[in-house]
Design a protein around this ligand. Structure first.
Ligand SMILES: Cc1cc2nc3c(=O)[nH]c(=O)nc-3n(C[C@H](O)[C@H](O)[C@H](O)COP(=O)(O)O)c2cc1C
Length: 508
């Protein structure tokens, strides 16, 4: 089933029993966030929430409900992208990237459906009236204060749009970008755009500012879930996120031209805020904001957006997320990216067997990588390659282990890594760009990184001692105990069953 809109996504979540409707009045200032935080911290990510009675800052009741934590479980993230396991998308990409010339006519014919599928992905312009433009507000009608934007943490500078699709266009190439950048509400018709300097939207803005041209920018909130997710995906600047969303959905995303500029937005969006940035204007203070590091990101200067129109559905739902100390909803969005991008990373670093960014590492702080080590020093080759790959360049700590380590289990990865390293020999420091949100780096966005080679050390790498085997019980004994287990009367705490424990992937 392809989900074409946010409201279809919400209905599908309700259908699988993972939506809680909240009818109690709840304030947009802090209360929605506190409720969502408690859910997001519960095992598995907690339910999605639909707040039907939201109280705005001035005490008025919001005209529209607020949805939050829609993507915040493995099941809902899979539902959003139409798969039961996120690795399915990686396998589809691997298939497409398998550019081997097929043998014979039959082999070539077999490729045709694959090519036809690719041709279906590009977004389509909708000619009939789009749902997102059922209501159009311009000039004096523009009033951002009507929309139930949230204030999420006590020291935040104000209300924020937290789950947007920010659409811009490269002035030179014409290629579109869609990025998920938080946006601070400054007044009835002004916003501050927090695109960090390493992001594509910020590059577009620099290009336009150099030319002295006004920059159109459109912020869409709520659309088909694949498009919302794609805004958060670190695609190369040459790839249009709506094309990528079409690939994920196996259906094109339908777009419509904005009413006050030439940019296009998903026709099914809930809210669309159109505007421009004037490069002649000084930057404005944005933040502080309680961020996904679990700390406040400090106030800094970012461009101001002047709103030229607000369009919306006749009965829109405002979609938000909450970031803060992990785990939060963004872990699941980032985890989808981790799984989907594995085959793309392996195109240039084929020895990578798997990788994982645990929730507490907030993506850029910690990356575990398992490699098929074939030659001395290969762990260093891999970490250097990752530090040269797109937003992976921001990774603070990379830990490389051998292929038999399950990096998706951080306890196992740390257990092996800490056993396998001699710190002075196996830890290296280098320099490079650092995430804007890193508050500890020596300089703003520039600092050091740590690479840990936790692979088995080889003789060719100068290791002359014997390397011990990992302890594993022999199979005959395990089977004998499996057979005995039901008669032993042992109920292990937390297992919930009397079945034989110890058959997990880490013990094999
Ligand atoms: C919930 C959420 C909030 C985010 N907020 C920001 C932000 O405020 N600024 C930013 O530069 N990136 C933010 N990101 C990360 C970007 O969305 C991500 O790096 C994406 O790849 C950017 O798109 P781009 O590669 O087209 O620039 C956020 C991601 C998520 C999931």
């Amino acid at each position: 089933m392809t989900l074409d809109s946010l409201q279809e996504f919400i209905a599908a979540i309700e259908g699988i029993g993972e939506l809680v409707r909240i009818r109690e009045p709840v304030r947009a200032r802090l209360e929605v966030a506190e409720i969502a935080d408690r859910c997001m911290k519960s095992p598995g990510g907690g339910p999605a929430l639909l707040f039907e009675h939201v109280v705005l800052e001035g005490g008025r009741r919001s005209e529209w409900p607020v949805a939050i934590n829609l993507f915040g479980s493995m099941r809902r993230m899979g539902l959003a992208l139409g798969v039961s396991d996120l690795d399915e998308i990686g396998h589809r990409i691997s298939d497409l990237l398998n550019l081997k010339v097929p043998d014979g006519l039959l082999g070539k014919l077999a490729m045709l459906p694959k090519l036809a599928e690719v041709a279906k992905f590009p977004p389509r312009r909708r000619s009939v009236r789009a749902p997102c433009q059922e209501i159009v507000l311009r000039d004096a009608e523009i009033d951002l204060d009507r929309i139930p934007f949230l204030t999420t943490w006590p020291q935040d500078a104000g209300r924020y749009i937290t789950l947007p699709m920010v659409v811009t266009q490269d002035p030179a190439s014409g290629v579109r970008n869609v990025g998920m950048y938080r946006v601070q509400v400054l007044g009835r018709s002004t916003l501050a755009m927090h695109w960090q300097r390493h992001k594509v939207g910020a590059a577009h803005w620099r290009h336009l500012a150099e030319r002295g041209e006004r920059m159109p920018v459109v912020i869409a909130v709520g659309a088909d879930p694949a498009s919302v997710y794609s805004a958060s995906a670190p695609l190369p600047p040459t790839i249009d996120e709506f094309l990528f969303a079409g690939f994920l959905r196996r259906e094109p995303v339908e777009l419509v031209k904005a009413v006050s500029c030439d940019l296009e937005v998903p026709a099914e969006s809930e809210f669309v805020i159109e505007g421009y940035i004037d490069p002649a204007e000084p930057l404005v203070m944005e933040g502080p904001f309680g961020d996904h590091t679990g700390f406040y990101s400090l106030a800094d200067r970012y461009p101001q957006v002047h709103v030229t129109a607000i369009t919306m559905r006749s009965s829109p739902v405002y979609a938000a997320t909450l970031v803060g100390r992990p785990p939060m909803e963004d872990y699941y969005l980032g985890h989808a990216t981790e799984r989907i991008f594995l085959p793309l990373i392996r195109l240039t670093i084929p020895e990578i067997v798997d990788y994982h960014m645990p929730a507490y590492g907030i993506f850029h702080n910690l990356v575990f990588v398992a490699i098929d080590k074939q030659y001395p020093g290969q762990a260093y080759k891999v970490m250097n390659a990752l530090w040269g790959a797109g937003l992976m360049s921001l990774a603070k700590v990379i830990v490389v282990v051998d292929r038999d380590v399950n990096v998706r289990d951080p306890d196992e990865a740390w257990w092996i890594a800490l056993n396998h390293i001699d710190p002075e020999r196996d830890v290296r420091f280098t320099r490079g760009p650092v995430d804007v949100l890193d508050h500890a780096s020596e300089f703003f966005t520039f600092g050091t990184k740590m690479g840990i080679d936790a692979t088995r050390k080889w003789k060719d790498e100068g290791f002359s001692r014997e390397w011990p085997d990992r302890i594993v019980m022999d199979e005959a004994t395990r089977q004998a105990v499996d057979a005995l287990w039901p008669r032993l009367g042992i109920s292990l705490h937390g297992s919930g069953t009397m079945g034989p424990p110890g058959r997990g992937p880490t013990t094999g």
